[in-house]
Design a protein around this ligand. Structure first.
Ligand code: G4P
Length: 280
C-alpha cells in the first residue's frame, strides 16, 4: 500500500507555527501512545530551537502500558519531560502544570535574576491532526480559564488562555501534517485513523493489522470475537464473518464489513491495550 504526502499543507503549517513559536517558552507536544514515533512530526524538533520540551503520551488508555513505559524512558533519555495522559478522562492532565514549572525552571530563574517576577510561562500545544490536541486543551484549561485577549505589541493579536497566574496557553494549537514518507509510519497512522480512509484499501489494511496482532498480541482477536484462534489472517476474517453473520447475498463472506468492524474495534480500544511500535 502506498500513501501520499502533501508538502503544500506542510510548508504553510510550518511557517505559521514558526511564527507562533517565537512567542512561547515551552512546547507541549502530543503524540499518540500507540505510535509515539509515527505520530511525532520530526520538524517540530528542528523548529524547537532550544525551547523547553514537554511530550504528552496521549491516549495512554489505548496503548500497552509496558510499552508506553519503554517509550517514556526513551524520550526522557532524549531530554524531554514526558507525561502519560488520557485527555478524554482527564487522567494525568493535572500533572502537566507541575511539569511545566519543572521544564521552565531555567527560564524562571533567569527572569528572577533580571528582577522579573511572576511573569506567566507561555505554552503552546502542538501535534498532528487527531492526536487529541483539542480534547487535551479542553481538559487542561477547564472552565475556570479566561481568555486574556489581545496584548498589542507583545502578542501581535494572538489569543491566550490564562490557565492560572503561572501559565498562559496560546489558544490555537499548532497543527502539523504527519510525515509519512516512510511506509511503516504511513501504515501505523492508517491503523490509528489519522489518514483518510479513502486513501487505502480497508481490506488490505485489516489483513496487515491482523498480521501484526497475530505476531505481537496472538490471542486478542480470538478472545474478543469468540472464535477459534489461527495464524492465518484470511481464516480469522472468515471466522469473524461467520460468527457475526457478516454475509453477502449468495452466502458469501462480507470481507469489507469485517475489515471495517475490526479496524473500528481496534481504534476504539475494544481489542485491548495495544501498542503498534516499540523504541529500538
Ligand atoms: P485534534 O484536536 O488533535 O485533532 O484531536 P481531538 O481533540 O479532536 O481528538 C481526536 C479524537 O481522539 C476524538 O475522538 C477524541 O475524543 C479522542 N481522544 C482524545 N484524547 C483521547 C485519549 O486520551 N483517549 C482516548 N481514548 N481518546 C482520546 P472522536 O472519535 O473524534 O470523537 P469522540 O469519540 O470524542 O466523539
Amino acid at each position: 500500500m502506498q500513501f501520499q504526502w502533501y508538502p503544500g499543507h506542510m510548508t504553510k503549517a510550518k511557517r505559521a507555527m514558526q511564527e507562533d513559536l517565537k512567542l512561547i517558552d515551552v512546547i507541549i507536544e502530543l503524540v499518540d501512545s500507540r505510535v509515539p514515533y509515527s505520530s511525532k512530526n520530526p520538524d517540530i524538533d528542528q523548529m524547537a530551537n532550544g525551547k523547553s520540551r514537554i511530550l504528552l503520551m496521549n491516549k495512554c488508555d489505548l496503548a500497552d502500558t509496558n510499552v508506553t513505559d519503554e517509550w517514556i524512558k526513551y524520550y526522557e533519555d532524549k531530554g524531554y519531560f514526558v507525561v502519560r495522559v488520557n485527555s478524554k478522562s482527564g487522567s494525568g492532565v493535572k500533572a502537566v502544570h507541575e511539569v511545566i514549572q519543572k521544564a521552565c525552571r531555567d527560564k524562571i530563574e533567569r527572569d528572577r535574576r533580571r528582577g522579573i517576577l511572576n511573569r506567566p510561562i507561555r505554552a503552546m500545544i502542538v501535534g498532528i491532526p487527531n492526536v487529541g490536541k483539542s480534547t487535551f486543551i479542553n481538559s487542561f484549561a477547564g472552565k475556570a480559564c479566561t481568555k486574556t485577549g489581545n496584548k498589542p505589541g507583545v502578542t501581535r493579536g494572538k489569543q491566550w488562555i490564562r490557565l492560572n497566574k503561572k501559565v498562559e496557553l496560546l489558544d490555537t494549537p499548532g497543527i502539523l501534517w504527519p510525515k509519512f514518507e516512510d511506509q511503516k509510519v504511513g501504515l501505523n497512522l492508517a491503523f490509528i485513523g489519522s489518514i483518510k480512509d479513502e486513501l487505502y484499501n480497508i481490506y488490505e489494511l485489516s489483513l496487515l493489522l491482523i498480521k501484526f496482532l497475530v505476531e505481537e498480541y496472538p490471542d486478542v482477536i480470538a478472545e474478543f470475537y469468540g472464535i477459534e484462534n489461527s495464524t492465518d489472517e484470511v481464516k480469522l476474517i472468515e471466522s469473524i464473518a461467520e460468527r457475526r453473520g457478516y454475509l453477502k447475498s449468495g452466502a458469501q463472506y462480507d470481507f469489507d464489513k469485517v475489515a471495517k468492524c475490526l479496524i473500528a474495534d481496534f481504534r476504539q480500544g475494544k481489542l485491548g491495550k495495544i501498542s503498534l511500535e516499540r523504541p529500538c
